[in-house]
Design a binder for this molecule. Structure first.
Ligand code: 3HC
Length: 672
């Protein structure tokens, strides 16, 4: 490794020393690089033949920042001395305070510590499209190499604050307008351009604030938030490393044309995501009215993206031109992938799959967007089960970042790899999971809603539950979520969950009662909350009548009196059963590794990223405590809380829930 991690210096006849950071793929500032920079700078200052220094990165990228792996080591050991002194010793003293001028030559990206190095230089020159930013807050820290001091001086306080607090990247073109970049040039002219800037003069900044920044930075590096966010950073990148799929020399095939069956909410969202990534889409519906409705929804999705500023009008028009409507399968003969997104009816899906098997080319991947139905059942009537795969998007599909890729024991590694590649192409985070009811996310979170209903049945206020869960960091509480998702979904999956999860279901008829009382959730403006156009949801006091009726049916309140619980009890009684189900999901190897479930919970359910994801959070509490609480509640309220054997085992041995299972260890060993 150390061979490819190095800093080089070449001194030209013109007296310019070009110092290059080499650490593929993003030239992260590993301690070897920091040491190398210090040495090369010291040498450049000493050498009489060096008049000026150009600092750059190899491979078309300047630098992606400080090496985040070092934070992981600091988190494990608590040893802050693993962090080399960069801010004062390198950036302030050697680069900024050095007696020879330094110019940063930027290409590709200069992020975090990378941008901070350039700001210590006396000038910056960049290619126009290079991405510049200080995304440290996404890792739970602040910029630590002087960025908090130098960025405001260069771009002004408001812009610097926006860039830092929102971790917003800007292109060098904008950087030039704002004074962060001194000159723009093409990649070929970068070197020559640097020399011109050297000639034009130098900018010196002071040292004020750098020492304070260093102090705060050190405190934050050791914070639980930084540990959680760094875990999420690496966890997200790990999801696309799938043993037996991405490590066996398979090549992803090009997916040029995709057919989407069903132009409802999900189908049109999926089509939108594909179209904005320049993929041709055939949208198939059963009649002209439904087709037109689907096309209109896609157009509205695209217009929404233009309004949000994430798509230009030109790109919207280009995307629309890639869409073709269809009422039969004649356009399916040259598609590379089909994504079926019709309603959750087993027979309908089965007949669609047996039809498309006949009309699509033999390489075509046949994906279903089902969120609950067993894939083996969907593909039962086909002879191509190796090409059948789940592509479970989350609504709205063109915005939500998670793509659950569901494989059966028959799905071929090639089909999985191709779908991972499509997922990345449409800017989703793919997580590969096994085939079971609810797959990883819906299965893990089925007790989330049920637990909240159980709490209501014992007398806890609906809106208090939502407040507790929102203050924990979820985007909204379980009741507001149910209003938003619509009660139809809850009713449709109820029986499926009962048959799959048996006695660990908490059987609630709250939603049935809501519907019987004319409430449909957000869709008819009346759920637990009242929804008025343009306004925020308001708790509806009249829902109390429905809740009273529900409590009478449920007969869960001892002596008819509400149970008294603290906010912490509420939080734990909702999330510990979810953690318990996560244990079963890991035990059955539905996910490849615990961190996949962390990422899926963050991106699919909005679990707070700064808590590192569901399993990471549970491990900060510890299996013994979670187990003891669940056991106690199981005695009072029954099997809904009964600890799984996985949790029990780990609690007994005080092992982290995230430690690999024996099967996972064996599969890693067999690949070594
Ligand atoms: C003191 C200082 O102020 C503190 C800092 O500098 S903290 C670091 C600040 N920098 C960042 O937060 C940037 C983090 N990186 C990113 O956002 C993105 O990786 C990127 C925009 C640079 C590139 O994105 P993309 O091209 O999609 O590639 P991506 O898959 O994310 O990364 C490629 C590889 O580089 C690694 N990598 C990226 N940035 C890294 C970093 N700063 N440190 C260590 N590894 C890094 C990734 O883990 C990944 O490794 P893998 O191939 O083994 O999975």
């Amino acid at each position: 490794m150390a061979g490819s991690i190095r800093v080089t210096m070449e001194v030209g006849a013109d007296g310019v020393a070009v110092v290059t950071i080499c650490n593929p793929p993003v030239n992260a500032l590993h301690p070897i690089i920091i040491q190398g920079l210090k040495e090369k700078y010291a040498e450049a200052m000493d050498r009489d033949d060096v008049k000026a220094i150009v600092l750059t990165g190899a491979g078309g990228k300047f630098c992606g920042g400080f090496d985040i792996n070092v934070f992981t080591e600091v988190h494990k050991t608590g040893n802050l001395s693993l962090m080399p002194d960069v801010s004062v010793e390198l950036v302030s003293n050697l680069i900024e305070g050095g007696k020879k001028p330094s110019v940063a030559a930027i290409q590709g990206l200069a992020l975090g510590g990378g941008l901070e190095l350039t700001m210590g230089c006396h000038a910056r020159i960049s290619t126009p499209e290079a991405q510049l930013g200080l995304p440290e807050l996404t890792l739970g820290i602040i910029p630590g190499f002087g960025g908090t001091q130098r960025l405001p001086r260069l771009v002004g306080l408001p812009k610097a604050i926006e860039m830092m607090l929102q971790s917003k990247f800007i292109k060098a073109k904008e950087g030039k307008e704002r004074g962060l970049v001194d000159a723009l040039c093409s990649p070929d002219d970068l070197h020559q351009g640097c020399l011109d800037v050297v000639e034009e003069g130098v900018l010196f900044g002071g040292r004020a604030g750098v020492l304070k920044e260093a102090k705060v930075f050190k405190e934050l590096v050791l914070s639980p938030t930084s540990k959680a966010l760094v875990h999420a950073f690496f966890g997200q990148r790990l999801t696309t490393k799938v043993p037996g799929v991405t490590d066996v020399q398979l090549k992803p095939r090009k997916i040029r044309k995709v057919a989407v069956i069903g132009g409802g909410l999900m189908g049109s969202g999926i089509a939108t995501a594909l179209l904005v990534s320049n993929t041709s889409v055939v949208l198939k519906e059963v009649n002209p009215q439904f087709l037109q409705r689907g096309q209109k929804m896609i157009a509205a999705n695209l217009e929404g993206l233009v309004k949000r500023g994430s798509l230009t009008k030109d790109k919207m028009n280009k995307a629309m031109s890639l869409l073709k409507g269809a009422l039969d399968y004649s356009d399916f003969k040259d598609v590379d992938m089909v994504i079926e997104a019709v309603i959750e009816k087993i027979h309908l899906k089965q007949s669609i799959f047996s039809d498309i098997e006949k009309v699509c080319p033999p390489h075509c991947i046949l994906a279903t967007n089902t969120s609950t139905i067993n894939l083996n059942v969907v593909g039962e009537k086909t002879n191509c089960q190796d090409r059948i795969i789940g592509a479970h998007f989350f609504s709205p599909a063109h915005i939500m970042p998670l793509l659950e890729i569901v494989r059966t024991e028959k799905t071929s590694p090639q089909a999985i790899l191709d779908l991972i590649t499509v997922g990345k192409m449409i800017k989703k985070v793919p997580v590969v999971v096994g085939n079971c009811t609810g797959f990883a996310v819906n299965r893990t979170f089925f007790p989330y809603t049920q637990g909240s209903h159980l709490l209501v049945s014992i007398g806890i206020d609906v809106f208090r539950i939502d407040r507790v869960i929102s203050s924990f960091g979820m985007p909204m509480g379980p009741f507001q979520l149910q209003d938003l998702a619509g009660y139809g979904v809850a009713l449709a999956v109820k029986d499926i969950y009962v048959s799959a999860f048996g006695t660990r279901n908490f059987d609630s008829d709250l939603v049935d009662l809501m519907v019987a009382n004319g409430r449909q959730g957000k869709s008819n403006g009346k759920g637990y909350y009242i929804y008025e156009k343009g306004g925020r949801p308001k708790p509806d006091p009249s829902v109390q009548l429905v809740i009273d009726e529900y409590r009478r049916h449920a007969k869960m309140m001892p002596g008819g009196k509400p149970v008294t619980l603290t906010d912490q009890d509420i939080l734990e009684m909702i999330f510990f059963p979810v953690v318990n189900e996560a244990c079963r999901v890991m035990d059955e190897n539905v996910v490849i590794r615990a961190s996949d479930l962390d990422i899926a919970s963050i991106l699919g359910m909005g679990f707070p990223k700064y808590r590192g994801g569901l399993v990471f959070w549970a491990d900060t509490i510890g299996a013994p405590y979670i187990h003891s609480k669940l056991s106690k509640w199981a005695e009072i309220y029954g099997d809904f809380f009964k600890p799984s054997s996985y949790l029990e085992e780990r609690a007994k041995r005080s092992l982290p829930l995230s430690a690999p299972t024996t099967t996972q260890q064996a599969s890693t060993r067999s690949r070594m």
